[in-house]
Design a protein around this ligand. Sequence first.
Ligand SMILES: [Fe+2]
Length: 388
Amino acid sequence: MSYKDRFTFSFHIPTKIVFGEGALKETVKEMDGLGMRKALVVTDVALKDNSMVKSLMSMLGERGAGLFAEAIPDSSLEVVRRGAGSFRKTGADGLISIGGGSTMDTAKGIGVLAKKGQDDLRQFIGLGKVGEPIVPHIAIPTTSGTGSEVTMFATIKDHEAKVKNLISDPHLIPPVAILDPLLTVGLPPAMTAATGMDALSHAIESFHARGYEPIADGLAQQAIRLVVQYLPRCLEKGDDVEARGMLAIASTMGGMAFQNALVGCVHGMAHALGGMYGLHHGLANAILLSHGMRFNMPVSAPRYRQVGEAFGLDPRGKSDGEIGEMAAQAVEKFTRQLGLPQKLSEVNIPKENLTEVAKTAVADPAMRSNIRKVTDPGEIIPVLLSAW
Ligand SMILES: [Fe+2]
């Protein structure tokens, strides 16, 4: 598949990336650079008493307007509303998020409401509904997977409706991301593996998403190489700082790739399963990734050559279909080696509800950006069954 059919695109990477062991200490300098006087720090409930949050708060001193430690794994409209109230009460003029993807997404939501003087994020769900710069935001990831520190997306769950909503707007892109590998050394192996597979899914889905182009391809290919090389090392030795750093870079590069190329059917299905059953996003992607690749094979096989090469496979003398299948098998082997569940049945997804999952998945924005057009849930049910 050549680029020539529709060779126009725009590419966003406005984020300044500050990388390094101990880079957390650059936070105040970066606040100065953004003209941020006092920041509300947003973090996860589970990280409230964590030493990295404590050391950030003490570094900030009076520049820390307050700590909002109510982000939850699937961020909610209600949490964002409370966070915006906290922002106003503390007199902050900027945000620092320290945590995983949902924490960074929570801060993005708070940034929208704070800017707009509103309480309800629902009106901003969808594409390009924010329309103006939000309050400045420094994103500090403590997992390596979502890439949210460089993307224009925030996924906020409506817990009542059991649906994950997407807000997509270039103004959500954090102007500064601080990648400090020391912040991820304490992440347990299962979480390291699941979030790492989210990064790998972003990179691979960039190859079979509608917006694919050569810059995103380059970023995605390198992201795959780094995940394949360094994620196993992070699992063998959690405090391997070099491996942790490389995985953080892989995650950010995957984020850069997919926010431009977009993602596809794997994320569409993962969002549905996360909304309906609370299945961890990275784990859902890990289980579904090879199945989504095979679904897209009739359209995307030539594109998977680059995926295969990044896995170290030799594509010489192989047809597109052969190398595509080899790449899907390499993904399965890699996931198995990480010790992650391989099937939806292993994570208690009821088989009889897969039709409902397919219906929700087809309505997800990620499904609409899949390279192979999906309009009917019936097209996706066999993919879910093969992953079950
Ligand atoms: Fe993701």
